[in-house]
Design a protein around this ligand. Structure first.
Ligand code: PRP
Length: 226
């Protein structure tokens, strides 16, 4: 391993001994839905989101860290999309906190270095908001678990751009389809997801846990501004 020092004293780590982990067979949407369903990641009822909005369906992907196999499958699904879209980046950053385990695996599968963005800078130590080894001008790919408004991605991109890093793309396991794509485009962020809310609701219909009528009610509810 070699560490190259740049003009401002930051480093890049180059490890010629690392090779990319071969990608497994592409993950299918229905396959990942089934695993998330079995892990009880989809809950109907009344829940409140970060935005304060009530939602009749809550999607909790934090649960999957308790299954290394499913966590890896979700990361692999994003990697399939990253490779298919030919996204170019030098670092992977998870949107804290829920996406950190996913970002770690994306970094591992694609053999691209990871950085970590803190929610708040510490008042001691180096006081850095972005942890890890990087060079200004590098490009970051943001990784999320579930996206609602896209605000958490936007905040993370803003902090990263302040460090003179570039961000063009963000990818999530699941898009709740509540305006994130359009919101993020305003900040010149291209947003992709592997699963969608509509896909989840269709999966729940297949499980006889939802009717078509209820699906349309939920989609109409989620389309309301918040
Ligand atoms: O698109 P948004 O409207 O920003 O909502 C999505 C964000 O909300 C959740 O995180 P949360 O804020 O609950 O924090 P956590 O990841 O620390 O659990 C989720 O993990 C996303 O980061």
């Amino acid at each position: 391993m070699t560490a190259a020092t740049t003009a401002n004293g930051s480093h890049t780590i180059e490890d010629a001994t690392l090779t990319k982990t071969p990608l497994a067979a592409p993950v299918q949407e229905t396959e990942l839905f089934e695993e998330l369903y079995q892990m009880q990641c989809f809950r109907t009822g009344e829940f409140f989101l970060k935005s304060g909005q009530m939602t009749p369906i809550y999607i909790d992907l934090r649960r999957i860290m308790s299954s290394p196999r499913i966590l890896r499958m979700a990361a692999q699904a994003m990697c399939d999309k990253i490779v298919a879209k030919n996204l170019k980046f030098d670092y992977v950053v998870g949107v804290p906190y829920a996406a950190l385990p996913l970002a770690t695996l994306v970094s591992d599968i694609l053999n691209v270095p990871m950085l970590m963005k803190r929610k708040e800078a510490k008042a001691y130590g180096t006081k850095q908001l972005i942890e890890g080894v990087y060079s200004p001008g590098g490009t970051v790919l943001l990784v999320e678990d579930v996206v609602t408004s896209g605000e958490s991605i936007r905040e993370t991109a803003e902090a990263i751009r302040k460090e003179n890093l570039l961000v063009h793309d963000a990818i999530a396991v699941l898009d709740r389809q509540q305006g994130a794509t359009a919101n993020l485009a305003k900040d010149e962020l291209n947003f992709l997801s592997f699963l969608t809310m509509e896909g989840v609701l269709d999966g729940m219909i297949r499980k006889n846990e939802m009717t078509e009528e209820r699906k349309h009610e939920i989609i109409a509810h989620l389309a309301k501004p918040f």
